[in-house]
Design a protein around this ligand. Structure first.
Ligand SMILES: [Zn+2]
Length: 111
């Protein structure tokens, strides 16, 4: 496993954890949204917010190796775009790094 690729996926997993906390809070406090979720791209310094309804957010989370990113915030070394929308894109991890994304999914209980 390429160390740099591993780090890129770890960055995305970190953003995803933050978004899961945002989701947990807003869902109980404010209803269906839209809310400003963080772009989950591999750039640690990215501060882009993506307005998204809880429903759309849940659609991204349905698969452990899919992430929410702003349009163009794609790292072709580790992922490919599977859905394009006006304000966001959904990327799917390459097979090589998919296991990391799955292992770090807070919704999947540890085996
Ligand atoms: Zn980004």
């Amino acid at each position: 496993m390429d160390e740099q690729k591993r780090r890129l996926v770890e960055n995305e997993a970190l953003f995803r954890e933050v978004n899961e906390r945002i989701r947990g809070l807003v869902a109980t406090l404010h209803g269906p949204g839209p809310f400003g979720f963080l772009c989950e791209c591999s750039n640690r310094d990215c501060e882009t917010r993506i307005p998204l309804s809880l429903e759309d957010y849940e659609a991204v989370r349905a698969q452990s190796d899919r992430f929410l990113v702003a349009p163009g915030h794609v790292f072709p070394d580790i992922e490919r775009v599977v859905e394009k929308h006006e304000h966001f894109e959904i990327v799917d991890k390459d097979d090589e790094v998919e296991a990391i994304a799955r292992a770090r999914d807070p919704r999947v209980p540890l085996q």
